[in-house]
Design a binder for this molecule. Structure first.
Ligand SMILES: *Cc1c(COP(=O)(O)O)cnc(C)c1O
Length: 429
């Protein structure tokens, strides 16, 4: 495969952009090699600067649930842009977006739009602290809630990929207010609650973790957390930046039938535009300025181009809920197909999957938390990643990231992915 244009772009990029990228995982540092510079994408396919075509399993880390350049979204953006790209004043479209989200997602009485998932989670935590008057939060090892200071403690995603233990620049004071427990370990949470009685403002969790690979909540885990939060007056925050509008119209709350107090969104909600949101129960959301004194603001929040993109995509999903069933079936099909390939080749593997989220871990035991995910054969994953790229399949460049499927994937694409895996395994053995 020829990637000379990407190679040239990468060396040029490094002279003006830190590491040549605007978000660390893109640099391919953990898997090695040159990151591919992308020229365009359509449907299930990405095209790089050398015109190579790849089946895409990143989908912009989630937003492209209907595939790239989804026509209704592209047309709406083009039309909207002619009316100016920002006002800094309220618009009717923001009401329509909020009403649509309320109609789709459980437990959202009020919702505030922001411009990224990081902003959504950061604001939700401030709100939980403001509402409860408590300082500490509990998060789970390997969960990623964006790059705000409070969350960069035992974080997933790039922090895990690059094995960064403590992030310079995060003060000890801030880090001390972030308590952590292993994912799926209810006893660890109970211990923290006992130790820090009446000091914990919130428990924040990815209801299905997607930033240490894809890890499903153990049976009853979320139910038990819900009970603890209710009993201890702790705000239960679902970070649905990945799962929102992806696992069901109402996200993980709907799919797993658990009520959160606050929910954060990102990724799918903006159809690829920079959008996030946080919302939840009236009593809590009432504390946000200008209703209350918990201050939160954004010059470009509710931006018309971002709103129309998200609104058109969410409306489409809401009126075509068969998409979710189709994605579930495709996810199952891919998991089974890949499993057969590794099984036949005698390669120990755990493949975690729910709906259109999936991850492959080269390990001979189930993967239920960050320690399990870290114990897998990362070197083999990195080889597999490159062999798949050579076969024209673009996976997330890290063993600690979930794969995201779009409904633009055909069964022929899935079959091609499975046979690519077969070839990839042969080439690296
Ligand atoms: C991506 C992600 C974030 C951060 O969102 P950004 O838009 O990258 O700031 C937060 N939480 C989860 C679960 C995510 O996957």
């Amino acid at each position: 495969m020829k990637i000379t244009n990407s190679e040239e772009l990468f060396s040029r990029a490094q002279r003006s952009i830190p590491g040549g990228v605007n978000s660390p995982v893109r640099a391919f540092k953990s898997v090695g090699g040159t990151p591919l510079f992308i020229k365009k994408a359509k449907g299930a396919y990405l095209y790089d600067a050398d015109d190579n075509r790849y089946i895409d399993y990143i989908n912009s880390w989630g937003p492209m649930i209907m595939g790239h350049a989804f026509e209704p979204v592209v047309e709406a953006i083009q039309k909207k842009a002619a009316d100016s790209t920002s006002f800094g004043a309220p618009t009717e479209l923001e009401i329509e977006m909020a009403e649509l989200i309320k109609s789709m997602a459980p437990n959202v009485d009020l919702i505030r739009m922001v411009s990224s998932g990081t902003e959504a989670c950061m604001s939700a935590i401030r709100l939980a602290r403001g509402y409860t008057g408590r300082n500490k939060i509990i998060k789970f090892e390997g969960c990623y809630h964006g790059h705000a200071d409070s969350f960069l403690v035992k974080a997933g995603s790039g922090v895990a990929t690059f094995n960064i233990q403590t992030v310079p620049g995060v003060t000890a004071g801030v880090a001390a207010d972030t308590l952590t427990a292993p994912y799926n370990d209810i006893e660890a949470v109970e211990q923290l609650i006992a130790e820090y009685k009446n000091q914990i403002a919130a428990i924040i969790i990815e209801p299905v973790a997607g930033n240490m690979g894809c890890i499903l909540p153990a049976e009853n885990f979320l139910e038990q957390l819900r009970k603890i939060c209710t009993k201890e007056d702790i705000i239960f925050i679902f970070d649905e930046v990945m799962t929102g509008f992806r696992l069901a119209p109402g996200g993980a709350q709907e799919r797993l039938k658990i009520d959160a107090d606050l929910v954060t969104y990102g990724k799918v909600i903006g159809a690829g535009m920079p959008v996030g949101a946080f919302g939840g129960k009236l009593d809590i959301m009432k504390q946000i300025a200008p209703l209350g004194n918990v201050y939160q603001a954004g010059t470009l929040s509710g931006n018309p181009i971002a709103m129309i993109a998200g609104y058109i995509l969410l409306s489409h999903l809401n009126s075509n809920i068969s998409v979710y069933k189709e994605l579930d079936e495709k996810g199952d099909y891919l998991r089974k197909g890949l499993f057969n390939v590794f099984d036949k080749a005698n390669i120990p593997v755990a493949i975690n999957q729910i709906g259109s989220m999936l991850s492959v871990h080269f390990i001979n035991k189930p993967v239920n938390n960050f320690a399990d995910s870290s114990a897998a054969n990362i070197a083999l994953f990195n080889k597999f990643f490159h062999a798949m790229l050579d076969e024209g399949v673009y996976l997330p460049p890290s063993a600690f990231e979930s794969w995201f499927m779009s409904n633009a994937l055909s069964y022929a694409d899935l079959d091609n992915t499975i046979s690519a895996a077969e070839n990839a395994i042969k080439s690296i053995k």
